[in-house]
Design a protein around this ligand. Structure first.
Ligand code: ADP
Ligand code: MG
Length: 272
């Protein structure tokens, strides 16, 4: 279970507050989604949970199965069962995917234990077959020259191999074709169960049609301002974010919303 309580985060270098009291509980076996306009703090939330530099937590806590994540080093968080998938996976020239996976599994084993290589390979190969991922990729540098769909397969292969207790997908579906999207969703669905929770951060309904969340939250200005079922996804698709800005924003936001509206009206007028 992931439990975030009253999380406040600012940039380390600047007095800019980005998260302004986030409360979120995702129980074991649950998949939640966060949507929200650009710049509302969604990625910051995933970065702070993963332990990326540059952010200062000024208040609040985030625990995974009762362990305080915010006091751990990034690799300790991964060892505690946290997994992050990003929109643009890093390319690691010179490190074969098979070696990378083995090291990642090793890093999460208790001291003194080692990977049973033949069992590891057997499982990885079976997962690659399940993903229709050519086994030759095991010997290739991770993500180096991989197509978008191959990167997604590599990412889901990591998910299936590492079996984290909790995974965050930060816009990992953006820019994907429908096949790659289905791979991501199928990976989430295969993991879904009492020992796994997930948070899907997305702008699009598509992935949530395949990996259906139990709850959907809307983040706006560093807070989760609305929580509900998948009807929220349909509302956002139909109405955009204006009603969120109007309902939860300041007068300045209304001006911003109006500018966006008149901007798009202008664009429509000029493009016919
Ligand atoms: P979202 O993922 O919802 O689009 P982000 O978390 O990426 O939002 O960003 C929230 C706000 O914080 C934005 O205004 C962004 O410019 C700012 N921000 C986030 N990280 C940094 C950073 N490292 N340096 C400067 N500004 C940042
Ligand atoms: Mg983002």
């Amino acid at each position: 279970m992931l439990e975030i309580k009253n999380l406040h985060v600012k940039l380390e270098e600047e007095d800019k507050v980005i998260l302004n009291g986030v409360d979120l509980t995702i129980g074991a076996g649950e998949v939640h989604a966060i949507m929200g306009p650009n710049g509302s703090g969604k990625s910051t939330l995933s970065y702070v949970l993963a332990g990326r530099d540059g952010y200062e937590v000024t208040e609040g806590s985030a625990t995974l199965d009762g362990q305080e994540l915010l006091e751990m080093e990034p690799e300790e968080r991964a060892a505690a069962g946290l997994f992050l998938a990003f929109q643009y996976p890093v390319e690691i020239p010179g490190l074969g995917m098979g070696k990378f996976l083995k090291r990642a599994v090793e890093a999460r084993l208790p001291e003194g234990e080692s990977v049973n290589v033949s069992a590891f390979l057997k499982e990885v190969r079976a997962d690659m077959d399940w993903l229709s991922f050519d086994r030759a990729f095991l010997g290739r540098s991770l993500n180096d020259g991989f197509s978008g769909g191959e990167k997604k397969r590599a990412e889901i292969l990591q998910l299936l191999t590492l079996k984290p207790g909790f995974a965050i997908f930060d816009e990992t579906d953006s820019g994907l074709d429908i096949d790659a999207l289905k791979i991501v969703a199928a990976g989430i669905e295969r993991m879904r169960g009492p020992g796994f929770g997930a948070l899907i951060i997305t702008h699009y309904r598509r992935i949530l049609d395949y990996a259906v969340p139990s709850l959907v939250h809307v983040m706006y200005k560093g807070r989760l301002v609305l929580t509900g079922g998948t009807e929220i996804v349909r509302d956002l698709e139909a109405k955009g974010y204006d009603w969120i800005r109007e309902g939860y924003g300041s007068p300045e936001d209304e001006i911003e919303a109006e500018e966006i509206r008149s901007g798009s009206a202008l664009a429509e007028a000029t493009h016919g």
